[in-house]
Design a protein around this ligand. Sequence first.
Ligand code: OMP
Length: 273
Amino acid sequence: MDFKTKLSNITKKNNSLVCVGLDSDLNKLPPHLKSAKNPQFEFNKAIIDVTADLVCAYKPNSAFYEAGGVEGISKLKLTMDYLKEKYPDVPVILDAKRADIGNTNEGYAKFAYDYLRADAITVHPYLGKEALKPFLDRADKGVIVLCRTSNPGAGELQDLQIDGKPLYQMIAQNVAEAWNYNGNCGLVVGATYPIELEIVRRIVGDMPILIPGVGAQGGDVEKTVKAGVDKDGMNAIINSSRGIIFASSGPDFTEKAKEETIKLREEINKFRR
Ligand code: OMP
């Protein structure tokens, strides 16, 4: 099943636009887990088991696993395998923000889609459509292109004007009109920029938009939902990582993570059309 269909099915089943970011920084794990054999995996498994019926996706950020070298990657692989086996309906977005020349992207695509079995990956647009072909050609997998990021300095390059339009709008337009030939593209727009989010939504119709920046980065949920969903109240993947997974650093971390996920899901659903 392709990424967009999978996303739509689970959004309806779980009545949720919440994506839990598995940014499981080893240094921030509850102390009682640090002596476990596979602490990052045990942590993820515990979070996943209490939230799998409340989310529309998971998004492990590769950085927090790469930081641990081969050991860290093995915990990412264990997490991906666990998700695929136990919760195959829930799409998993590998947040790795890859992109290089075409033949190098073949390697990145194999790692994300075939080895880790991710349903989608985040990529940079800078090298253009031709270079991203190894991702774009995989009709069954999602390609989520950075468009207007959530960080304070996002506008330095992304707002540069080209033919009277900011670069991020050109990216949204190119992805919608030319890169999405397999219907498998999505975009990333930060919740910290609701005005830009609304503009991008208008450009791309019902394309999935990954929206990080609520929770720890302070994005406004009401504005995010109103600007970010499509005409049917769908296709917004609203990510919170630290705000959910590190809601408590004590033995009650699973209950707190579940509470925060429910809270975010309900708040989002109040504003969905
Ligand atoms: P929290 O701020 O802890 O909720 O985490 C946000 C997650 O979303 C991190 O994994 C970031 O790397 C990621 N992210 C952004 O914060 N801003 C962006 O513009 C894009 C992403 C992303 O691609 O997911």
